[in-house]
Design a protein around this ligand. Structure first.
Ligand code: ADP
Length: 177
């Protein structure tokens, strides 16, 4: 039996995934490991090349999935990444898509020092709800939730809601054991 659920935390860059992941890992009633997939890819060299102009890595998806598989099998994991469609559907217990108003997102990405066209591309993706559509196309609708991430209050209530979901997941496991 998995010792915890697999939570896919996704959304356009800057919507608040890493901030949510950290809070969630701290507040979860059971231990959860959080993997920032972009950082992981860089640290482990799981990319084919780096695009200087866009400041992005082309991920070696096969190697990434191979390396994640045993960690996913252990359970109790938050996968924090701006895309969610490459994982096998069976991995996910919950898919959280964070959303943010595009003007606010623009400011966050500007602060991050992204090149202008990368800010534009991400901003447009957020307006067109690319990540949400991707999540809905890749997973059953009942496990995909969309949460606004514009204010600290929203962040706190999002984390509290996911914590409640984790508690329910744990009690379901106990009931079916
Ligand atoms: N709900 C929120 N309320 C206030 N600030 C937020 C919220 N979500 C994210 N931020 C801020 O936006 C910036 C980007 O958040 P981050 O968690 O790094 O995004 P991501 O991991 O999705 O790229 C950070 O400075 C973070 O503090």
């Amino acid at each position: 039996m998995a010792k915890g659920p697999i939570i896919i935390l996704t959304g356009t860059p800057g919507t608040g995934k890493s901030t949510h992941a950290e809070l969630l890992a701290n507040e979860s009633p059971i231990p959860l490991k959080a993997i920032n997939v972009s950082e992981w890819v860089k640290e482990r060299g799981l990319y084919e090349n780096y695009d200087e102009e866009w400041q992005t890595y082309t991920v070696d998806e096969d190697r990434l999935l191979d390396e994640l598989e045993p960690i996913v099998a252990e359970g109790g994991l938050i996968l924090d990444w701006h895309t969610c469609e490459i994982y096998p559907e069976r991995w996910a217990d919950l898919v959280v898509v964070l959303r943010c108003d595009h003007t606010k997102l623009w400011e966050r990405l500007e602060k991050r020092g992204y090149p202008l066209k990368k800010i534009q591309e991400n901003n447009e993706a957020e307006i067109m709800q690319v990540v949400l559509d991707e999540a809905r196309a890749s997973y059953p609708p009942e496990i995909v939730i969309e949460l606004q991430s514009e204010t600290t209050e929203q962040m706190e209530s999002n984390v509290a809601r996911i914590v409640e979901w984790i508690k329910a997941w744990v009690s379901n496991q106990e009931d079916s054991a």
